[in-house]
Design a protein around this ligand. Structure first.
Ligand code: G6P
Length: 466
């Protein structure tokens, strides 16, 4: 089997902390372990200047190659264009998107640099798999350096509707860059449809069949590959964790009250302020639950140098104080709001203890927390998932209580419904969701994508068929 070259903004180099690596990191590492190859990207560290040469760590058949980013590159590429322009725009937050030509130049500069630095690490028969919005121009840059290898790209975020994307001054180059790849994968049909719309109506391209598009003089295979979680991993983790210290202690503090839980990176796309408003409405509209149920929101800090992320933190602190001040009692705290990070196994135990999982992003590519909540449940006494219809996961987990997160009264009603639902209905809904979680596992996602990528004719095969 040919080697794989993975390029992504962050690289999960195995180290002493590797036990905490997320599912995606593990899945990509496993793929690299089995066929050998390279994982290239940012080291996660900053320096005065961007490093000239990547740091190399060889582990078995895998080479991890990472670059430290200089402050200017870090600010313009990562904090700037990736996280202040593309991230809000791709999550339909035009109001938060900033268009700075300097940041855009920084984004292109880092992509050009990454292409130059990964180029010497690419072997003749390798397949290349590039990940996420930070790296869209990378494929085009590699093609400019003469790389004709099969190249795939996977977008972990939503792809916005054409009308939203058109607000980006550099939309044309961005989409043309996507077409430099042979395979472009999306989370949901919505995202794929939005991409097709752009190709057909804006880029003068055409749809040749269900998966093939012709645009900018190239053929691109486009397909939906919904990402999943590791098969069996979360179920086993939850079974173990619920017996261990943290979950036991949490259970003791509940005093037989019900728990509702939300776990999200502290990001405005996750809809946490709206969730808090919905929780407040829930306390207002369903007073019988006062004193009987608490909500725990775990929101580890993320991208803290980006101003919009600082703002949302202030908002949430204000809201949490207000709700607890207004409704709390000397022996009951309605809302527990923590920005602390927990190990995934500990979270699995918390999920299993929680009667309701609250996953209400305003927009999300997939949202794996929804799937992790489902996988962590006790099959005999499963909890209820309240899920935003704007999360990619809603396409598969359609027996969750699907809500519009902007409609606070409707979310409040769903929280109530989750708490009073019969055990029979909980089991029915959960079984149907669990079947989907098992079927569309992370391994399945990875293998499906790689199968399509490996079916792309290599330049050698093309030459011999001419
Ligand atoms: C999202 C993105 C990922 C990113 C992650 C964490 O899931 O799709 O590419 O790695 O957020 O964000 P961070 O900025 O810390 O890498």
């Amino acid at each position: 089997m040919s080697r794989l070259v993975v390029v992504s903004n962050r690289v999960a180099v195995p180290d002493a902390q590797s036990a905490t690596a997320g599912g995606l990191a593990v899945a990509l590492r496993d793929a690299l372990q089995s066929c050998g190859g390279v994982w290239f990207g940012w080291s996660g560290k900053t320096a005065a200047q961007t490093a000239e040469t990547p740091s190399i760590t060889e582990i078995g058949p895998v080479t991890y190659a990472t670059l430290d980013l200089g402050r200017k590159d870090y600010n313009e590429y990562y904090n700037g264009f990736a996280n202040r322009t593309l991230w809000p725009l791709f999550h339909y937050r035009l109001d938060l998107a900033e268009f700075s030509h300097e940041n855009y130049a920084g984004y292109l500069r880092v992509n050009t640099l990454f292409a130059e630095k990964v180029r010497p690490l690419i072997g003749d028969d390798d397949h290349i798999w590039v990940h996420d919005y930070h790296m869209i121009p990378l494929g085009r840059e590699l093609r400019a350096l003469g790389i004709e290898h099969p190249m795939g790209f996977y977008l972990h975020t939503p792809f916005p509707a054409m009308e939203v994307l058109l607000a980006l001054p550099s939309h044309a180059l961005l989409v043309e860059s996507l077409c430099a790849y042979d395979v472009v994968g999306f989370q949901t049909e919505n995202d794929l449809r939005a991409f097709r719309d752009y190709i057909v109506h804006e880029a003068n391209g055409e749809e040749l069949d269900a998966t093939t598009m012709r645009a900018y003089g190239r053929l691109v295979h486009t397909e939906v590959f919904p990402i999943g979680i590791e098969r069996g991993q979360m179920e086993a983790a939850a079974e173990r964790a619920v017996e261990q210290g943290a979950a036991r202690r949490l259970e003791r503090t509940l005093h037989n009250r019900s728990l509702m839980i939300g776990v999200d990176r502290l990001d405005y796309s996750k809809g946490i302020p709206d969730r808090f408003k919905s929780f407040e409405r829930f306390l207002e509209l369903y007073p019988a639950h006062r004193g009987q149920v608490s909500m725990m929101q775990i929101a580890p800090l993320s991208r803290s140098e980006v101003p919009e992320y600082k703002n949302i933190r202030d908002t949430l602190e204000g809201q949490a104080g207000y709700i607890n001040g207004r409704y709390g009692d000397f022996d009951w705290m309605p809302l527990h709001y923590l920005t602390k990070n927990f190990q995934r196994e500990t979270l699995a135990g918390f999920f299993r203890l929680s009667r309701v999982g609250v996953v209400t992003p305003l927009r999300d590519g997939m949202n794996l927390v929804a799937k992790e909540y489902v996988a962590s449940q006790d099959p005999q006494y499963p909890g209820v998932l309240v899920l935003s219809r704007f999360a990619g996961a809603a396409r598969e987990l359609d027996t969750a209580l699907l809500v519009n997160p902007y409609d606070h009264d409707a979310v409040a009603a769903a929280l109530n419904q989750g708490l009073v639902m019969s055990l029979e209905e909980r089991r029915e809904r959960w079984q149907s969701m669990m079947a989907k979680v098992r079927e569309n596992s992370l391994e399945h996602w990875r293998e499906r994508f790689l199968k399509v990528l490996r079916a792309v004719p290599t330049p050698m095969a093309l030459q011999s068929s001419r």
